[in-house]
Design a protein around this ligand. Structure first.
Ligand code: SF4
Ligand code: FES
Length: 372
């Protein structure tokens, strides 16, 4: 097989070389950080994904070395391949940031403000996206969409009102299960993912729709309302599973396993196993192995320091230390200016309470600061 030629591409003023055929999004992911556009529908492990949500729009300010004309419109970076000498603007383009704010506004038109009771809170890509690119208010004055409730079995909870129609779950059903079990019905704002006539989803791998769903439309029924992810400790673990790779992340509180998920990479996608295949996990591992004794624990899962999930974890009790705050050192002793210190405004998450030392689920009494 002949080697793919390398193309030079410059994204937000950073130049890299990638094989011909690479998309702008994947080239930007190689650079990493904020240069990588957000992606709500593209999922590198699912064939055909991408091109639905438009959150990954970028500006191509130079088409290629041979034809340097800019592209006339913003393009979906997950579906556009690089050309040699191409120049792309993501966060350096005001047009892109403006368009992205518009896309977020559209995605939120019908999305309910469920975050305080949604199991996806803390790991919801739409929450992150709207925090970074969204507006603070809505201009939408109509009633939001509602749907007839579908019961899709004992393991998976569907909240159709939260769905952004990214199609990822449909690709999982198509590509991971023996027969297609659900798809998208109807058109426009009537579109909904549905099981054909509310049939239970029986495939061993259908639980993976929970891991790919970027919002709280598909969540784990066995974990529902049991805890918040930022109170749990993610631990890498494995078991000898006859059906799947058996490599998972356990979400623990003390010795109790609250939830089992696949291991995710920095883009929120399922990691690959050593043989380069995505480590999708089976329903037995995900829903039925909820004892610590079912697993060989490997150690704590690394979670981005920026994530709410990493707050208050691990310090002291398993040999890891919270990183030093460097802000005041690099700002000549000046402290950061906060709009509001959450600890003075809220009764919960007092910094003097070590969440990881509370046995079992936390109760309001654990945070009671009134002195008797
Ligand atoms: S349920 Fe989730 S994964 Fe499926 S289409 Fe809706 S948002 Fe995407
Ligand atoms: S991630 Fe590119 S269109 Fe959705």
């Amino acid at each position: 097989m002949s080697e793919q030629p390398l193309f030079k591409v410059t994204i937000d003023n950073i130049t890299i070389e990638v094989p011909a055929g690479t998309t702008i999004l994947n080239a930007a992911r190689k650079i990493g950080g904020d240069v990588a556009p957000p992606a709500m529908c593209y999922y590198s492990k699912l064939q055909g994904s991408g091109g639905k949500c438009r959150t990954c729009l970028v500006e191509v300010s130079k088409g290629s070395e041979k034809d340097p004309r800019p592209m006339p419109k913003l393009v979906a970076s997950c579906r556009t391949t690089v050309m040699d000498g191409m120049e792309v603007k993501n966060i350096t383009s005001p047009k892109v940031l403006d368009a992205r704010a518009g896309v977020v506004e559209f995605l939120l038109l019908n999305h309910p403000l469920d975050c305080p009771v949604c199991d996806q809170a803390g790991e919801c890509h739409l929450q992150d996206l709207s925090y970074e690119h969204g507006k603070e208010g809505t201009r939408y004055e109509f009633q939001r969409r509602t749907f007839k409730k579908h019961n899709i079995g004992p393991y998976i909870q569907l909240h159709m009102t939260r769905c952004i129609l990214c199609y990822r779950c449909v690709f999982v059903a198509d590509q991971l299960t023996a027969k297609r079990e659900h798809g998208i019905l109807d058109r426009g704002d009537h579109s909904e993912i549905a099981t054909m006539i509310e049939k239970s989803l029986e495939s061993d791998f259908i639980g993976n729709v929970i891991d790919v769903c970027p919002v709280g439309a598909l969540t784990d029924k066995t974990f529902r309302f049991k805890n918040r992810v930022w109170f749990l400790k993610p631990m890498d673990a494995h078991r000898d599973c006859p059906t799947c790779s058996g490599k998972v992340t356990l979400w623990n509180r003390g010795d109790e396993v609250f939830r089992v998920t696949a291991r995710k990479d920095e883009w929120g996608e399922v990691e690959n196993t050593e043989d380069g295949k995505p480590a999708w996990i089976c329903n037995t591992c995900r829903f039925e192995k909820k004892q610590t004794s079912d697993w060989v624990i490997e150690g704590p899962r690394m979670i981005s320091r920026q994530s709410v999930i990493s707050q208050g974890h691990y310090a002291g009790n398993i040999g890891m230390h919270k990183p030093n705050e460097t802000f005041s050192a690099v700002h000549g002793g000046r402290q950061p200016k906060l709009m509001m210190d959450i600890h003075t405004a809220s009764e919960v998450n007092k910094p003097n309470i070590e969440l990881s030392l509370i046995n079992g689920p936390a109760h309001s009494t654990d945070f009671n600061s009134k002195k008797d």
